[in-house]
Design a protein around this ligand. Structure first.
Ligand code: MN
Ligand code: MN
Length: 387
């Protein structure tokens, strides 16, 4: 094992070749973890969530059923443990980590134990929200009597406030979502099916170098959009009905998520009215967002608009969710817990009205909080556009 002194490590910056126009500053992130371990007398972390791993190291790997773990220590440079077939990639894409791997024929937990040598491990910090019992059992099999400490609150807190660099990446993902709308609006008509339009959008994104969508693209026609979790099917897009698009991409490790509802042909007055109410709610919430207000207050601003218009019972979900490297992350906007909004937070503002058998409208932008308010990450027109 190459013994890397913590001091040397912290002078380095991780370098992610996939994003080679930008160096990822992992120093302060890993220092924060290290400080947490010191304060709580924890011997090490074993971080397995691929998104957290990417966030902390700049390395994007998905080990599937194999095991990858980031071990941060209170007193020395961190170790990165990966399947043998990922070791070279890990070495190429990071700097300063003690990287070691295991072969498929080996017991990964025994390899970890052996690598740590005689180090006495009594407490391990893991993400309670993420780690399966099979992995905590694997650790216990080598470190008998070990206690687990929850790292989730710290990681959530760190990921909650986006750096300028992260916001730049989120803007790029937002730009691609805007491009998706442009492609989809142009392509959708009553000769085509919902899945035709999905295919067109996703094909064009792949051609533009987007590795993946951030979730399955949603295109729903007419009353089919009244199901907030409806999935596109091989059904024709209806004329003179609304058409809902909910989509986003994953680019440079960051997600976008946005919704627009347009009209194919002439909308009914009723549908146009529902659209107008949702838009008013969405914009009222966006106008309200600034540091110091609370998540529940933001939800209420949007909900009040819809309730006053008489459709409160048809707005059946929270107003929004945090977004970043995951399309849904901490915090909830209008969930069971409240939180005070701070500069650098990113979350969605997505009110909807869903009237079963009739119509469904949702309008969604993700936004980032600035010193005095907020800015949307998607810019596509939100008025009821007719195609
Ligand atoms: Mn969303
Ligand atoms: Mn969405």
């Amino acid at each position: 094992m190459v013994d890397i002194v913590a001091h040397d490590f912290f002078q380095n910056l991780a370098y992610n070749r996939d994003n080679n126009y930008r160096k990822v500053d992992t120093m302060s992130k890993l220092e924060r973890i290290s400080n947490f371990l010191n304060e709580n007398e924890v011997d090490m972390t074993f971080i397995t969530n691929p998104t957290t791993l990417n966030y902390l190291t700049g390395l994007a790997i998905d080990p599937h059923e194999r095991i990858a773990g980031l071990m941060v220590f209170p007193d020395k440079a961190p170790s990165l443990f990966t399947p043998a077939l990922e070791v070279e990639k890990a070495k190429e894409n990071t700097t300063g980590f003690d990287i070691f791997g295991y072969e498929d024929s080996q017991n990964p937990w025994a390899v970890v134990k052996e690598h740590l040598g005689s180090k006495n491990i009594q407490k391990i910090a893991v993400e309670f929200s993420d780690i399966p019992l099979s992995k905590t059992e694997g650790l216990k099999s080598q470190f008998s009597g070990v206690e687990f400490v929850n790292l989730t609150p710290l990681v959530e807190r760190m990921r909650l406030i986006k750096s300028a660099d992260e916001i730049e990446k989120m803007k790029i993902s937002g730009d691609y979502a805007d491009k998706c709308f442009e492609i989809g609006f142009e392509y959708a008509n009553s000769e085509r099916t919902e899945t035709d339009v999905v295919a067109k959008i996703e094909y064009e994104m792949k051609r533009m170098g987007v590795p993946q969508m951030s979730f399955e693209t949603i295109v729903l026609s007419g009353a089919r959009a009244a199901n907030p979790h409806g999935m596109p099917e091989d059904v024709k897009i209806q004329d003179n009905k609304l058409l809902l698009f909910d989509l986003g991409v994953m680019k440079n490790g960051y997600a976008s998520d946005a919704t627009r509802t347009i009209s194919i042909g002439k909308p009914s007055d009723f549908d146009a009215d529902i659209h107008k109410i949702v838009l008013e709610a969405q914009m009222a919430a966006m106008d309200f967002v600034k540091p110091g207000v609370s998540a529940l207050e933001i939800d209420k601003v949007a909900r009040d608009v819809i309730t006053k218009a008489g459709y409160g019972e048809y707005f059946v979900h929270r107003l929004g969710h945090g977004i970043g490297m995951d399309v849904h992350e901490f915090p909830s906007i209008g969930g069971s817990e409240d939180i005070i909004i701070e500069e650098g937070m990113c979350f969605s503002d997505e009110p909807g009205i869903y009237i079963p058998g009739k119509v469904g409208v949702r309008i969604e932008d993700c936004l980032y909080v600035t010193e005095t308010g907020c800015e949307p990450l998607t810019k596509t027109n939100k008025e009821l556009m007719i195609f």
